[in-house]
Design a protein around this ligand. Structure first.
Ligand code: AMP
Ligand code: TRP
Length: 347
């Protein structure tokens, strides 16, 4: 006789994602994450967005700059279209459920799993004996961020795929070890043409806020001249644009610029290629710069306006943290109960 089939519990869909306030937001963050976070607000599913300041300090952060960058990132989210009335927006350290769950996950995750994380290997480099313990445990805190809300859908750029697989492994192991169906198994949402925006100086490297060269990235705080200048100086080959997307295959820099154009214009790369087939970069780059300025400068302007009132930003983050806490608190309390911790304080 066959085993009775057990139907797994269904979890209500909930969207969670985070960005580190470890520097200014880049065009990569915007196209790979933030722009998509905004779109998700219209899907009728609860959206929770977090500035992960606890992740940021896994590498050294100057305290004054960290506070400034967290406010600036919050302003960037709101300026890009995150509506604090429709989404929960907060900074991670204000909701202690994240670290409480992260400790439990530190005891679930295995050293071997963490050692295989490519982001850790990249960030630690040859210096792995000398990086913080927090950097090693980073993916466990990330899993806790998501599972503290039993989130089911996580929009991210391509570079976070491995971390989300680890989040699934942790959730599965927790459910198995404690014989519960407590945590959902997350779905990574890695969608669109800009899931990996590359450096403007090297088409094989990811555009990153931590790249030492400011010319390698477009920051959401760059003004129109800076954006145009960086695009004009972006590395390319000397050939004109091809007449099909396949023609971009071995041309990482050209492909990157076409993908950026497509993502900013909400077009398929094939359509961009169709419009610019045979064009020289002398023609394409000014068109891209014009588009980038048109799309980004309203965001930059709104960010600057919001940054004039830091108290209002702090108020929004505080209110978001209260809302987040109300969801996470019972979920994480129940975890402590499942694990066997006595919780007998009178409050
Ligand atoms: P981070 O800046 O590392 O905290 O990344 C925050 C979000 O932006 C994550 O979902 C990343 O996958 C995404 N992201 C960061 N850099 C890029 C990039 N160059 N292209 C696409 N997505 C990116
Ligand atoms: N690790 C992510 C990054 O660097 C940021 C992050 C932290 C995150 N916690 C998260 C993303 C939870 C999605 C969900 O990009």
């Amino acid at each position: 006789m066959s085993e009775p089939v057990q139907t797994p519990p269904t979890f209500p869909r909930r969207i969670f994602s985070g960005i580190q306030p470890s520097g200014g937001l880049t065009l990569g963050n915007y196209l790979g994450a933030l722009k998509r976070f905004v779109e998700k607000q219209d899907e009728g599913i609860e959206t929770i967005y977090c500035l992960v300041d606890m992740h940021a300090i896994t590498v050294w952060q100057d305290p004054v700059k960290l506070r400034q960058q967290t406010r600036e990132a919050a302003a960037g989210f709101i300026a890009a279209g995150i509506d604090p009335r429709r989404s929960i927006l907060f900074n991670q350290s204000q909701v202690t459920a994240h670290v409480e769950l992260a400790w439990i996950f530190n005891c679930i995750a295995r050293m071997g799993w963490m050692s295989r994380m490519t982001q850790f290997k990249d960030k630690a480099g040859k210096n792995s004996e000398n990086v913080s313990l927090g950097l090693f445990a980073y993916p466990s805190l990330m899993a806790a961020d998501i599972m503290a809300y039993k989130a089911t859908d996580v929009p991210v750029g391509e570079d976070q795929k491995q971390h989300l697989e680890l989040c699934r492994d942790i959730a599965i192991k927790f459910n198995n070890d404690y014989k519960v169906d407590y945590f959902p198994i997350v779905e990574p949402l890695i969608e669109g043409v800009a899931t990996r925006v590359m450096s403007l100086r090297d088409g094989t490297k990811k555009m990153s806020k931590s790249d030492p060269s400011d010319q390698s990235r477009i920051n959401l705080t760059d003004d129109a001249d800076m954006i145009a200048n960086k695009i004009r100086k972006a590395k390319t080959d000397t050939d004109p644009l091809p007449d099909s997307v396949e023609g971009l295959k071995d041309r990482p820099e050209a492909r990157n610029l076409v993908n950026i154009y497509a993502a900013l214009a909400d077009l398929a790369p094939a359509k961009v290629i169709q419009d610019f087939a045979g064009a020289q970069f002398g023609t394409f780059k000014p068109a891209l710069a014009e588009l980038a300025v048109a799309k980004l400068s309203p965001i930059t302007g709104e960010m600057t306006r919001l940054m004039k009132d830091p108290a209002e930003i702090d108020r929004i983050l505080g209110k978001g943290a209260d809302q987040a806490d109300a969801i996470a608190r019972p979920i994480v309390d129940k975890v402590y109960d499942i694990v066997g911790m006595i919780r007998s304080r009178q409050v």
